[in-house]
Design a protein around this ligand. Sequence first.
Ligand code: SF4
Length: 309
Amino acid sequence: MLTIVSPHSPFNGVVALTRRKTPSRCIIIPVRISEMFYSIQGEGKLAGVPSVFVRASGCNLRCVWCDTPYASWEPEGDDWAVERIVAEVERLLLPLPAGEGWGERALSAAGATGEPKRPHPSPLPEGEGTMRPSTIMSPAPTEGKHVVLTGGEPMIMPDIAELCAALRSKGFHITIETAATVFRKLPIDLASMSPKLSNSTPYERDGGRFAVAHEKNRLNVPVIQQFIDTSPDFQLKFVVAKPSDLDEIDDLLSQLSNWQPADVQLMPEGTDIDVLRSRAGWIGEVCKRRGFRYSPRLHIEMFGNKRGT
Ligand code: SF4
């Protein structure tokens, strides 16, 4: 018997469900998906890597600055079976048919027509639409391609283990992006943890009604340690808004073992390029002094604060 947290409860996480499997009865609870798309990883040690993103909808926290409220504060989406998710990941990675230029197809595949997205819709520079077709059109096997399971909080999705196993069987590299409040041993390649500091607590948003629960649940040191101890690779990515956040980071790190400074990523909070730049300087200085890594928000720089990027 496996007790899990429901992504579909009124608080999207407080109520626990039990997934039951008996010889006579099998309750299949799929994964609620808010969006899937092919883009560039913008954060952490794999920033810059083309990746398919699977965004689970539903979260057990309510960060005040959450940049995906459609997967947390107001979760959207439908329940998808694991097989359908894997098929969509593969479809997003399909190479363009030989002989088709990149630019026109890429632009028309994703834009205003509402057709499903395939290549990222960013326009190519003039004249580069058909460069090196033999390279660009080469087959895109799933082996080694990157899939990012994000949210929301993917760890509270009932079928997350089944999804990871199915993706692993296809040879994908799997990153799971989590606030690390819930642990399950999963077949993943990178545990990208983002433990939440007090700067995330929504004391005023939505009348402050989620502040107490958020504050109570936002940090779970034993869970973070389990990820560190059992994951093939991990990173601790902190969203930093002000210098005093560093005291909280130090306090948390002092309670953890088996980590190196290079495992710690400091990322500026913000969805506006000017805000990110205003914080980059002093956060970068801290990284230089402490041996931490600076995490960009590359997707904001490249595409702006938009869905599907
Ligand atoms: S944990 Fe992530 S998805 Fe959930 S509210 Fe915070 S930022 Fe949003």
